[in-house]
Design a binder for this molecule. Structure first.
Ligand code: OAD
Length: 233
């Protein structure tokens, strides 16, 4: 069996990290155009650094929840039996890694990474960034959060398309389906006649495209679903 998972902010909500589009979510407090675009970084880099510094600091106060752990355990069990498991996440937190997930693609980048605006050199960085951080490699650019902003191309698109082509089952967990290209993965899976499942607190924008939808908390529904898959292996 070959499973492809897509996760969004909802899977980390029960760990204590805010989602984006809920009432009182991150984009309620910070207008997205002032934070998550290259233009916003050019106009007010200090504000953008402060936003991602707060998110990076919050990471240190949270731990993986049962949904992250169940997916990591399922990957281990499935690959031990010769199956394949790919996890694509829109999340920039590191909770999947900390739960033990191995094959993971961060399509929107990572909080614990910074990137040069000039040479694109990336490096692990876990403390606070600021406007005056020059690139130590090329000495021309400044370091920016290693996040894919609106108007930029997500990472790993070729790998994700290949995984969509070869998977048997596509499962979307904890995402509103509001942001493309991730929101369109279910349509790609559907056109390739893949089985599709959505697990979310409420129907996502693309809910009708899934073969099956399970509504509720990821921390409860994901472990249940993983147990069902494990029993069938
Ligand atoms: P959203 O905030 O848009 O959606 C989160 C989804 O998770 C919603 O549909 C919630 O109903 C659901 N949810 C909340 N708590 C849940 C729980 N305990 N269990 C299951 N589901 C739950 O977040 P994303 O869809 O991840 O991009 O947003 C996609 C992208 O938009 C993000 O990666 C980010 C944002 O702008 C960038 O910053 C580039």
């Amino acid at each position: 069996m070959n499973i492809l998972i897509l996760t969004g902010a909802g899977i980390s909500a029960e760990s204590g990290l805010s989602t984006f589009r809920a009432n009182g979510g991150l984009w309620d407090h910070y207008p997205v155009q002032q934070i998550a675009t290259p233009e916003a970084f050019a106009k007010n880099p200090a504000l953008v650094h402060r936003f991602y510094n707060e998110r990076r600091t919050a990471l240190k106060t949270v731990i993986p929840n049962p949904a992250h752990k169940a997916l990591a355990a399922l990957e281990t069990a499935l690959t031990a039996k010769g199956g394949q498991f790919t996890l694509v996440t829109q999340n920039v937190d590191d909770l999947h890694e900390r739960a033990g997930q191995k094959n993971i693609l961060h399509m929107h980048g990572e909080l614990n990474s910074i990137r040069c605006t000039h040479c694109n050199e990336r490096r692990v960085f876990t403390s606070k960034t600021s406007v005056d951080m020059a690139c130590e490699i090329c000495h021309h650019g400044v370091m920016r959060p290693d996040i894919v902003w609106f108007g930029e191309t997500p990472f790993f698109m070729e790998e994700i398309e290949a995984a969509l082509t070869t998977c048997d089952l596509f499962v979307s967990i904890g995402t509103s389906g509001a942001v493309y290209p991730a929101a369109g993965f279910v349509n790609m899976a559907q056109s390739l006649n893949k089985d599709t499942l959505e697990i979310n607190l409420e129907p996502s924008e693309g809910s009708n495209y899934f073969n099956q939808t399970r509504l509720g908390k990821a921390g409860e529904l994901v472990p249940q679903w993983c147990t069902e898959i494990l029993q069938g292996l």
